[in-house]
Each structure stands twice: as C-alpha cells, then as structure tokens.
Write a protein that binds this ligand. Structure first.
Ligand SMILES: Nc1ncnc2c1ncn2[C@@H]1O[C@H](COP(=O)(O)OP(=O)(O)OP(=O)(O)O)[C@@H](O)[C@H]1O
Ligand SMILES: CC(C)(CO)[C@@H](O)C(=O)NCCC(=O)O
Length: 503
C-alpha cells in the first residue's frame, strides 16, 4: 500500500512536471486549431500516406477521413499511457495496448509482477471516460490503416499478444528511423496526436527527436533509459508470455557419435590450452552441425536464473549482465552489429529490402568469398586443431583473385557478411559470459528478426565453445523489448526514473 501511495505521489509529481514542461504555449497552440484545419489535415494525411508509402488505397483514405471526423481538438484527454516507443539508430518500434475482453472470455487478472499491476491500475486504469474511449478508438482506427503502408511501416500482426495481466492486447509496429520525418508528417496531419500529451520513449531517438515531437505534435517524450527498458521488457516477456523464450538444439540423430555426425570427438592433447580448444570448436563450426531444432525453455527456471548475459544486437551491440529483476550493468559493447551487416550489404550487393537480403543469404555459399585454413596451408593446421575448412579470414579469398567479383554472387556476399558479423558477436558474447560467469546468454534485437542463420550459428557456437556449459536463448519479440519496457514504465513513473533501476 505504501509503495502504491509512493507511486501515486510520484505520478502526480510527474504529471505536474509534464504540465509545466510542455507549457501552456503548446496547449494554446493546439486548442486554437480550427475545424477547417482538421479537415485540411485529414485530406493531407491520406495524401501523405499515399506519397510516403507508395499506395493510394481509397479504403485507407476513407478510414482516415472517418477517424478524423471525431475532431477532439486539443482536449484534456491523454491516451499516451497505452503507448511505448523505442527509436533506435536503424528502426523505430512502437508498442500499443488495446483494452479488450480476453479471447474466450476467461478473465485472469492477477500478476505476480508489481510493475505490471501498477501499470494496469494506474496508467491503464484511467481510460474509461467517453472522451478517452473516443480518442482510443480514433487511435486504433488510425493504426489499423497502417498495415496497408507497405514495407516501410510494418505491423507485426503475428506478434500481437493478449495479456491477461494487463487486461488487453499488445500490438507491435515498426518503421525505419530514417523515415521519421514522414512518419511525423503523417501523424501530425491527422488528429490523433491531439489526445497524446506524453509518450514513454526509449532509445537514442527519445533524445534526438525530443524537440521534433514537441514542436510538430505537442507530444512530450518521457525519456526512459534504453538499457533499463530493454531489461524490463525482457523480464516481462519471460514472466508473462508463454513460449516466448527458446533455444536451438541439434536434431537428435540416432546411433551417431558424440558430435552428432557419426564421428567421435577428436581428443584434445594434454598441452591443449583454452585457446586451442576454442579454436578447435570453431573449426567444428565449419562442419555445419545442424542446430535447427527449436525448443522452448521453462519460464520458471529462467526467472530464477541469474546472473545472465543479455546481448542486444541492434545497429550496434550492447552487452549487459543482469543480476536480478531490474538489476543490471552494461559490461561491454561492439560497433560490429546489425547496422554493419545491413550497411555493407546495401553497399556491396545493392540490396534494397532487408528481409529479401536474408532470404538471398540463405542461398549463398560463403566459402566462395571467405579464405579457409586449407586455402593457406593446403590442408589443416593440425598442431592447433584447425581443420582445412576452418574460416581463416572473412572475405579473404577475394584478395587472391584477379577480379574479386568473378564467380561470386550477391547471395554469397550476403551470407559471408552475416557469418562475419554473427561470429564476431558470438565471440564477444562468449568471452563476456566467461568473464562474468553467466550460463545463459539472451540474444535479442532486430538483427535476429527473420534471421535463423545467425540464431542457429550462435546457438551452436556458444554450446561448442563452452563445451555445453552455456546456452544461447532467443525471444519471439526480440526487437520489441525496449519499446515494451518503455510502455510498461510510462504513466506512473518519473520520466527519468529509469536511473533508479541501474545497479
Ligand atoms: N526491416 C529492416 N530494415 C532495416 N534493418 C532491419 C530490418 N529488420 C531487421 N533489421 C536489422 O535490425 C537492426 C536494427 O535492430 P534494432 O531495431 O534492435 O536496433 P536499433 O534500435 O535500430 O539500433 P540501436 O539500438 O543500436 O540504436 C538493423 O541494423 C538490421 O540489421
Ligand atoms: C549506442 C547504442 C547503445 C545505441 O543503442 C548501441 O548502438 C551500441 O551499444 N553500440 C556499440 C557501442 C560500443 O562499442 O560499446
């Protein structure tokens, strides 16, 4: 009860701060928007949608017209509590909540997570007036039309999840950060922003676009620390979403040797150092052991499993050691991440669509690009257990050819890029897991979206390098953890409250 009162007081303080900070100027500004401006904006919204996303669907235009006809003006309504945003270097992610009856009518409201209970009771419990319901309806109608916007803005319908703990459905939407101008243009030419005063937002964009949001839409960013949001979202997913967390294992093969290929493991010589063992395990990777069997992990076990390492693969890579709920430290990072893959892929192959580039990589042969130990030695470097087909140098084979492009397809280049970036991240992750003595490594971030090549290689590499002591784990909502964390924290916590959580 004491904690609840404390939170209510903090929330009141935050509201007061919000009111003062956003200033009467912006409120007056919006209140003066006339009906004529609203109609102009409606037409412009449909036009912008068509021009930005290359579609001119009559249906969409009509829904936008209809949704804007609510004409709330700038009211006292604030539905910002149903939103959470994460604006990263490459992708902007939005999570939004839709209060509704559970599928099948089975009501289960209790949550063991006090943060979820607070979110439900405080920030989501307030949305019952007629104006609020209308504003929400208008917002949902607007978002429903976004599925038709082509590949630039995508609703990940398959990830929508009914949360009994929160009493509604969570929806997931993303677009490329480089299109932020157009996205804001689109929103500000509708009327939905009139009923959003403040928005829980994380990622670098919460700072970079702060002024832009305030000036163009009168929306104040409640800035949440990106690592704290990530950890909060991750823990929410493990605790609340059944089947969220999974690993990859080799397909069980009957009657084979220890390595699943019908062969016995080569014995390590006495003077094998740790490094030699690691290199030997790396060479095994070349044998393409198939870690393609997806298995779910028990959430009860995972919730008790600390410390754990979290490797967030976005544009760059952040590595966190998590010691308990909301207790974490950022221990390392790497600039070779998802941005490196996609940036180089665009440059070298001319790819324009991210998902297509991954599908192409699936068809590629990286050995046509990569230099192997056998290319250097003519055979394996047996003294150090480096088999002839161990990767010696990513892209190194291109050095030896008169024309580096000859006989090399875009598929090969994409594959070699993915392998290079993935193995580098895997090594940094493994070494940090060793350093901090963590058995479980959670790999998250949008680099892993639609990307089983990387996930399966990471699963295999971590198992192999650690001799089966460590496990790589993955999430269905891998790219939305930060946005989920921002959503969960917003509305009842001081905007800068995230610093409370860091150890
Ligand atoms: N549709 C897509 N377009 C571009 N990149 C994509 C797409 N889908 C997945 N990715 C990959 O996801 C990465 C971005 O991941 P994520 O959204 O987790 O990071 P971010 O928040 O943008 O970056 P950071 O946290 O470093 O600021 C990209 O660099 C790319 O490798
Ligand atoms: C800068 C961030 C934290 C932004 O999300 C991320 O891209 C990152 O962790 N980059 C790697 C920075 C480093 O080398 O530690």
């Amino acid at each position: 009860m004491g904690a609840l009162l404390y939170v209510v007081r903090r929330r009141r303080r935050a509201r007061e701060k919000a009111r003062l900070a956003s200033g009467e100027a912006s409120a007056a500004n919006k209140a003066s928007r006339s009906q004529a401006a609203t109609q102009r904006a409606t037409a412009s919204a449909a036009k912008t949608a068509a021009s930005v996303y290359g579609s001119s669907s009559g249906q969409r235009a009509s829904v936008l017209r209809q949704s804007s006809s609510f004409n709330l003006g700038k009211s006292n309504v604030d539905i910002g509590g149903v939103l959470g945003m994460d604006i990263g270097g490459t992708l902007a992610k939005l999570v939004y909540f839709e209060k509704k009856e559970p599928p099948g009518g089975m009501v289960r409201t209790c949550s063991r997570d006090p943060l979820v209970t607070m979110k439900r009771n405080l920030s989501l419990g307030d949305l019952n007036t007629r104006e609020q319901k209308e504003a929400l309806m208008q917002f949902y109608t607007f978002m429903d039309t976004q599925e038709q916007f082509g590949k630039a803005g995508v609703r990940d319908e398959h990830l929508a999840y009914y949360s009994h703990e929160l009493g509604g459905q969570l929806h997931f939407f993303r677009f490329e950060t480089r299109l932020m101008d157009q996205a804001i243009e689109l929103i500000s030419s509708s009327t939905i922003h009139n009923s959003i005063k403040a928005l829980g937002c994380t990622g670098g964009g919460a700072y970079k676009f702060e002024d832009f949001f305030q000036k163009r839409m009168g929306i104040r960013m409640l800035q949440m620390d990106e690592m704290a949001s990530l950890v909060r979202g991750l823990q929410f997913c493990i605790a609340n979403i059944p089947g969220e967390c999974y690993a990859f294992e080799p397909e069980p093969v009957k009657g084979t040797g220890a390595n699943g290929k019908g062969e016995e493991e080569p014995m390590a010589s006495e003077q094998d150092t740790f490094r030699n063992m690691r290199m030997r395990h790396m060479s095994e990777l070349r044998e393409k052991v198939d870690y393609s069997h997806k298995v779910h992990r028990s959430r009860t076990e995972l919730l008790q499993s600390y410390p754990a390492l979290v490797v967030s693969i976005g544009s760059g890579v952040s590595i966190l050691k998590v010691d308990g709920p909301a207790k974490f430290e950022r221990v390392s990072g790497s600039s070779i991440g998802g941005g490196t893959y996609w940036g180089l892929c665009r440059l070298l192959t001319g790819a324009t669509d991210y998902d297509d580039s991954l599908d192409l990589a699936d068809q590629g042969e990286s050995d046509r690009v990569d230099m192997l130990v056998g290319d250097i030695y003519g055979h394996g470097y047996n003294k150090f257990q480096l088999s002839s087909n161990t990767l010696a140098s990513s892209f190194g084979k291109l050095v030896t050819k008169e024309d580096p492009r000859e006989g090399v397809t875009n598929e090969d280049v994409s594959k070699a890029l993915i392998v290079m970036v993935t193995m580098n991240i895997g090594q940094v992750a493994y070494l940090n897991a060793k350093l901090y003595d963590t058995r479980r490594i959670y790999f998250v971030g949008n680099f892993l979206r639609h990307n089983n090549i990387s996930a399966q290689r990471l699963a295999y590499a971590i198992a192999y390098w650690s001799g089966g002591e460590m496990e790589a784990l993955f999430f269905e909502h891998e790219g939305y953890l930060g946005a989920l964390g921002a959503f969960l924290s917003s509305g009842y916590e001081d905007p800068d409250g995230s610093s409370d959580e860091e150890s």
